[in-house]
Ligand binder design. Structure first.
Ligand SMILES: OB(O)c1ccc2cc[nH]c2c1
Length: 226
């Protein structure tokens, strides 16, 4: 999988070179490249924003540099992912679906957003997905892109050292939250690990974990059970 990220703050995405993402890149499983939108400007001031038509507070990202950036970076099969508070919710299903793509281009907006004509023109040429990380507003798309990319790449076959660790995660196929987990010591500050987990009775452990997952989901996310 190839991922390109375009931003006026490309250093925000340096974290992607760490941990698993870095390893996957050295193994050739994954190629992640970040790009400075200002490198696609043509004026001496390297302008990326201007005042909004119709008035209003803040600035809007200019169409020209974005058009040049997407022309240069997006392959025919690319999916252009635009993090935005006005997008469709990003869920584990979204991550699963995008993890099967060969090329993702993340367009990280700032200010009041990107000139709508960029999205409209791109939509005539590539698949474009405007996606929200959640019902809150960040100052730009970079943090959302970091979160989405991590959720996506960990699902790419061969990325995770132990694929089995993906099976019983929150928001997995059963739609439940993860059960509570414990490790040594068996007693800590007067709190003991649940007996069943020390029993060696795998059927009983599985049943307890399922029960805990359902109960946790019912308490914290009843919407997932409806
Ligand atoms: O909350 B967000 O995901 C988000 C994404 C993009 C921009 C651009 C300006 N503010 C933004 C917020």
């Amino acid at each position: 999988m190839r991922i390109d990220v375009v931003s006026i703050f490309p250093a925000y995405l340096d974290a992607l070179q760490l941990s698993l993402a870095g390893k996957a890149q050295s193994s050739g499983l994954l190629t992640i490249r970040t790009h400075d939108l200002r490198d696609f400007t043509r004026d001496k001031h390297r302008s990326v924003d201007d005042t909004p038509y119709g008035g209003g507070a803040g600035m809007v990202m200019k169409a020209e540099p974005w058009g040049e950036a997407l022309d240069s970076l997006a392959s025919e099969q690319a999916v252009i992912v635009v993090p935005t508070p006005s997008g469709a919710p990003f869920t584990q299903r979204t991550a699963e679906r995008l993890s099967a793509e060969s090329h993702l281009v993340f367009a990280c907006g700032r200010y009041e957003g990107i000139d709508q004509r960029v999205i409209d023109e791109a939509s005539d040429r590539w698949r474009v997905e405007e996606i929200s990380l959640g019902d809150f507003v960040l100052n730009g798309g970079e943090v959302a892109a970091l979160a989405m990319i991590e959720a996506i790449v960990r699902l790419v076959p061969g990325f995770m050292g132990n694929p089995a660790s993906l099976v019983e995660e929150s928001h997995g196929e059963d739609g439940l939250l993860e059960y509570p987990v414990y490790t040594k010591p068996a007693s800590w500050r007067g709190r003991d690990v649940p007996e069943v987990l020390l029993s060696g009775n795998h059927a009983a452990i599985a049943a307890w974990r399922r029960e805990q997952a359902v109960e946790r989901t019912r308490r914290r996310r009843p919407d997932l059970l409806s």
